[in-house]
Ligand binder design. Structure first.
Ligand code: ADP
Ligand code: MG
Length: 342
């Protein structure tokens, strides 16, 4: 037998998930949607449950030299709530599993849970269980969130239709820029521990990185307005990468416009200071946890004046491809660089 070895980096995170999915067969009729969206969907009689899970590792997803424990706890919950929101569902329960090294005291775990409980309160979810174990490599947190929706209100990645309008909430790129600032200040501190980091002028972008908000407010507003997005996902890997997911799942193309992309002034100025291209940060920065969704044109009027929803482009036929129209009017092909862990 020949010993084959394929590097994970050759196929990437998404390639690996697709590869694993090839050997998974759904056996139960109550499994409405398995792998492939922001959350799985389970039939619960008169409604559906959605289930999503995320794993956060010290040194990969957070750095304890600048991320306070309560923020880490809050973020671990918020990123899961964001995936529930991305299905157009409402979160109800979470489980929380942690692995701790002996570096952690009861007080440290209390600090982590202060953030977890604050997020549970904020999003109206109950902590219903989890698991606790020892770790040899720092802190590991895994949160699973369960949400509810009506079947007909769900928004999958696969529902975008030609001529739908592409919408994004809030502003993008901030979390990536915030991370760069936190890393820079960490290096400055390591080189000279007497230097106090100057973080005040970066509070918005560092806040975007350290304590993101899931956009449940938008989900509730859409419901009140009677709008069901034709497709939706949250922006965790970067706008371009997420658009690729929607295009693949919906078998469509997209055209977006550079001058419509939402960027905060502090994000823009800080990106320039760091010699980063602000538009690249918007397109490829990760962890903003905003919502990317498409709506039918008939719903546009209802959302047009919304202060925090931006209309960045429209859905096209698959064969038309994926394009960004720059400020000078040139159409360039979108590239999905995403937020790669491998
Ligand atoms: P998100 O960024 O929205 O959390 P991911 O990119 O992590 O989504 O995951 C995409 C899909 O792949 C989801 O349906 C998720 O449940 C599934 N998935 C990820 N990792 C695995 C795995 N190791 N085994 C099975 N399914 C997985
Ligand atoms: Mg998601």
């Amino acid at each position: 037998m020949s010993e084959e070895r394929t590097e994970i980096s050759e196929i990437g995170e998404f390639g690996l998930i697709d590869h694993l999915n090839e050997n998974i067969i759904i056996k139960n009729s109550s499994t409405i949607k398995g792998i492939g969206d922001d959350a799985a969907v389970i039939d619960a009689g008169d409604h559906v449950k959605v289930v999503t899970t995320d794993l956060l590792l010290e040194g990969v997803h957070f750095d304890m030299s600048y991320a306070p424990l309560p923020h880490i706890g809050f973020k671990a919950v918020a990123v899961n709530v964001s995936d529930v929101a991305a299905m157009n569902a409402v979160p109800k329960q979470i489980t929380v599993s942690i692995a701790l090294s002996n570096r952690f005291s009861v007080e440290a775990v209390d600090a982590l849970y202060a953030g977890i409980n604050a997020a549970a309160e904020h999003y109206g979810v109950d902590v219903i269980g989890g698991d606790t174990t020892a770790s040899r490599s720092g802190l590991v947190i895994s949160v699973t969130a369960i949400g509810e929706s009506k079947k007909e209100l769900l928004s999958y990645r696969s529902g975008a239709k030609v001529n739908d309008i592409i919408c994004v909430t809030g502003d993008l790129g901030g979390a990536l820029v915030g991370l760069q600032i936190l890393e820079r200040e960490k290096q400055v501190y390591l080189a000279n521990p007497d230097m106090k980091p100057e973080l005040d002028k970066y509070s918005y972008v560092t806040g975007r990185q350290l304590r993101p908000e899931a956009r449940m407010d938008i989900i509730h507003e859409l419901r009140e307005m009677g709008i069901v997005p034709s497709s939706m996902m949250d922006v965790s890997d970067g706008l371009a990468s997420e658009l690729f997911h929607i295009c693949k799942a919906s078998k469509v193309g997209v055209t977006i416009y550079e001058d419509k992309l939402p960027i905060d002034k502090q994000t823009f100025d800080t990106a320039v200071e760091l010699n980063l291209d602000p538009i690249t940060c918007v397109l490829n920065g990760g962890e903003d946890y905003e919502l990317l969704f498409t709506i039918n044109q008939k719903d546009f009027e209802k959302l047009e004046k919304h202060p925090d929803i931006h209309f960045i482009g429209h859905v096209t036929k698959e064969e038309e491809g994926k394009f960004l129209v720059t400020k000078s009017g040139t159409a360039v092909q979108l590239k999905a660089q995403g937020w790669k862990h491998f």
